[in-house]
Design a protein around this ligand. Structure first.
Ligand code: CDT
Length: 380
């Protein structure tokens, strides 16, 4: 008998700054119930599904660190899950035998702030938790921007990484928004046998550091999630909070993608909308056991650089083992992208000047290490 999970991607439209938790939970309950009517076993909500996307505002008074009056900031975090306000979701999940995945801001008892997802099974129990690994944006107030993206101020990077969970008759992983742009996200979970990766996102259409990317937002969204699905033989469920929220327009385009990389369902609105698909989990093996048979075809000894903390300079290359040391490796210096709009020739005086120059493009092509020894006497 094939294993399958009937999944619903519960896209949300905007959530206002002053929306109460109860009003948002009512919207989530409506989507959960609709999903149950459609026979869904799992409903996936977006990143930060309980509140507005609050990192768009500078909400405290500190310079480098959060300080001063944090009343509004703290109001966006959950200090327990479930809480009084979110308990109805868990109770309804159990009553309907419909699990869910919920994104929220987490404030731990010892004061850590994370951008978090929980996976709740059909009995209403938490069976998995994920804290966002790749935190985009900037740490300090940058007045030159039309709106802030202070995720790096208001969230810490996950100390836990990407796990997978045996649930819903399959192997389920989670990722949050910016994570979806990184191939490592999918691969680390793919290597643990992920058959379905749940990804919530809030993606503003206006990317201040390089507005030339704005018209490509939808293309990039599809590109990364379809590639992640195909290259790892896994289902991907991408769920947006879209529409114009507090004046900021965000991408919608929620979608469910098969291990073939094909989109099997896609949202048509920028509002609350449920899309569903019955996902055959055994379909993953068609890819995991053929083209992407990791055990048979991967060459991890060729990929050592991927797990090294920084791109390497030529000097750094000497620390590599001979097997992983390409003949020529170029410095890929960090840029100051997030300190000042690097592409704006008219950068405002409010902006902090870049502290380091942008890296100069390499002047010589990357060379691939020779695969065969050079003939005797040949120049290297
Ligand atoms: N929420 C989130 O991670 N959004 C990012 C926007 C990056 S712009 C600073 C994304 O990758 O979609």
């Amino acid at each position: 008998m094939t294993r399958s999970v009937n999944v619903g991607a519960a896209q949300l439209g905007p959530i206002a700054r002053d929306a109460s938790r109860d009003s948002v939970v009512e919207r989530l309950l409506a989507l959960l119930r609709r999903g149950a009517e459609y026979g869904c076993e799992l409903i996936v909500f977006p990143e930060l599904a309980l509140t507005t996307f609050f990192p768009r505002w500078f909400l405290d008074e500190g310079d480098d660190q959060i300080s001063g009056d944090t009343t509004e900031l703290d109001s966006y975090y959950e200090i327990e899950m479930p809480s009084l306000a979110t308990r109805p979701l868990f109770d309804e999940a159990k009553r309907l035998a419909t699990g869910f995945c919920l994104g929220y801001a987490e404030l731990t008892p010892d004061g850590h702030r994370y951008n978090t997802y929980v996976l709740v099974d059909r009995g209403g129990e938490i069976v998995g938790k994920y804290r966002k690994v790749h935190i985009p944006g900037h740490e300090s107030h940058e007045p030159w921007r039309k709106f802030q993206h202070l995720e790096r101020r208001y969230f810490e990077e996950s100390p836990d990484g990407f796990g997978v969970h045996e649930a819903f008759d399959g192997t389920i992983g989670m990722a949050i928004c910016n994570d979806r742009r990184w191939p490592e996200t999918y691969r680390v979970m793919g290597l643990q046998g992920a058959e379905m990766i749940l990804i919530g996102y809030n993606t503003p259409l206006d990317y201040a550091p390089d507005p030339s990317q704005n018209p490509l937002q939808s293309f990039h969204n599809q590109l990364v999630m379809q590639a992640g699905a195909y290259q790892n033989g896994t289902w991907v469920v991408g769920v947006a909070k879209g529409g114009i929220e507090e004046g900021v327009e965000s991408l919608a385009q929620s979608m469910i993608i098969a291990p073939s990389g094909q989109i099997v369902a896609q949202a048509t609105s920028i509002e609350d909308e449920l899309i569903t698909a019955r996902c055959d989990l055994d379909m993953c093996d068609r890819y995991k056991k053929t083209l992407f048979d990791f055990d048979r075809y991967r060459r991890p000894e060729m990929y050592e650089l991927i797990a090294s903390p920084t791109a390497l300079s030529l000097e750094g290359a000497s620390e590599l083992t001979p097997s992983s040391s390409p003949a020529s490796i170029h410095m890929n210096a960090p840029t100051a992208d997030e300190h000042v709009n690097p592409l704006d020739p008219q950068a405002t005086p409010d902006a902090t000047p870049p502290t380091e120059p942008r890296a100069t493009p390499p002047t010589e092509p990357r060379s691939t290490p020779p695969t065969e020894p050079l003939p005797e006497g040949a120049a290297p």
